[in-house]
Design a protein around this ligand. Structure first.
Ligand code: PMV
Length: 337
């Protein structure tokens, strides 16, 4: 029916990188300088509905029940413009997005947000894209979103071997990663729920432009990725965790060396890192990773997750701790009627 062709809903989950994306080669196309690898989580999904609305005159976006304005609205309209360009359409849309991250939980919602929007908008405008094309599209909204198209572990190819920017654009998408018997959990310790002081976009730019540690980290990150793939395949949680932790600390070192420094890690972050070290000394494999904020995500075996969560609760007095397992990739929700 007409209704079915012009309205679509999709759901997507956030992902956390074990090998980080940090630094762009092309800001407009969102082409990264390094390959990255992540785990999609089974918590905090975003559900987004896109409805074509020929009579509204402009896009109307609602995020968690509030009309979007300013920068969030501008980014979503720019993304819809990309979809419209491909569909040969000038039709405005009404977008309604519900994010289940508890308000201010400090977990970036742009990955699940743009993954869900890519699936819903391309369906509403009748683009009929496969998962690879959807990943490529989601990348334009927020780089890390391209990995949320896939469940479990996913690698995002930077497309560094491409001869031209157009070829890199084609090559730069995520795909699932082969994984052995791992049974992992990611314990999320929210130490500060406030908004970040520097956007990841600005921080990446400053790091690439001014940090003497950026290039060495990018080189070592490529080696980390090779070792990470082998560790995942072998189901070796200790190796996966060690590589993830050093990769994340290295990324933060590049930022600390930027001019002026970008520092997302807080005293509370370091308290949690000390606790993670103590867990390892007690024989529990637990490894930390941090993104563009002070919160800590701790990788461990699923049977150890409750012990790890309890330990972290003791370390983050007024924070919150949530346990996640690998979750599904972004997908359409089939509505009745
Ligand atoms: O997708 P963005 O632009 O929000 O960048 C995310 C960058 C990190 O979260 C710090 C690392 C990553 O790979 O997700």
């Amino acid at each position: 029916t007409q209704e079915r062709r012009t309205r679509a809903t999709a759901v997507a989950h956030p992902n956390i990188a074990l090998i980080k994306y940090w630094g762009k080669r092309d800001e407009n196309l969102v082409l990264p300088r390094v390959d990255s690898l992540s785990m999609t989580l089974d918590i905090f999904p975003t559900t987004t509905t896109v409805r074509l609305a020929p009579d509204t005159g402009h896009d109307i976006v609602t995020l968690n029940g509030r009309t979007a304005e300013g920068e969030p609205l501008r980014r979503i309209v720019a993304f819809l413009d990309l979809v419209r360009e491909r569909a040969g359409s000038a039709c405005p849309a009404v977008v309604d997005s519900e994010n289940t991250v508890p308000t201010g939980a400090g977990l970036a919602s742009s990955a699940s947000g743009f993954a869900a929007l890519a699936v819903a908008a391309s369906a509403a405008y009748g683009l009929g894209l496969d998962a690879t094309a959807l990943s490529r599209l989601a990348r334009r909204g927020s780089g890390s979103a391209c990995r949320s198209l896939f469940g479990g572990f996913a690698v995002w190819h930077a497309g560094l071997d491409a001869a031209t920017v157009a070829e890199a654009d084609l090559a730069s998408h995520a795909e699932p990663v082969l994984c052995g018997d791992l049974d992992p959990a990611l314990v999320v310790a929210v130490v500060d729920a406030g908004p970040k002081t520097v956007s990841s976009r600005a921080a990446m730019r400053r790091t690439v432009d001014t940090s003497p540690l950026y290039e060495p980290w990018a080189v070592s990150s490529a080696r980390d990725l090779t070792e990470m793939r082998a560790a995942l395949l072998a189901g070796d949680i200790e190796a996966v965790g060690e590589i993830a932790e050093r990769n994340a600390l290295g990324m933060h070192a590049t930022m600390l060396a930027a001019r002026p420094a970008v520092r997302y890690l807080s005293p509370a972050t370091l308290t949690v890192l000390d606790r993670v070290l103590r867990l390892r000394q007690d024989g529990i494999p637990a490894y930390a990773t941090m993104d563009a904020g002070p919160n800590v995500k701790v990788l461990c075996r699923r049977p150890d997750a409750d012990t790890v969560a309890e330990a972290l609760r003791g370390a983050v007095a007024d924070g919150s701790v949530v346990v996640a397992a690998p979750g599904p990739g972004a997908r359409p929700v089939h509505e009745d009627g």
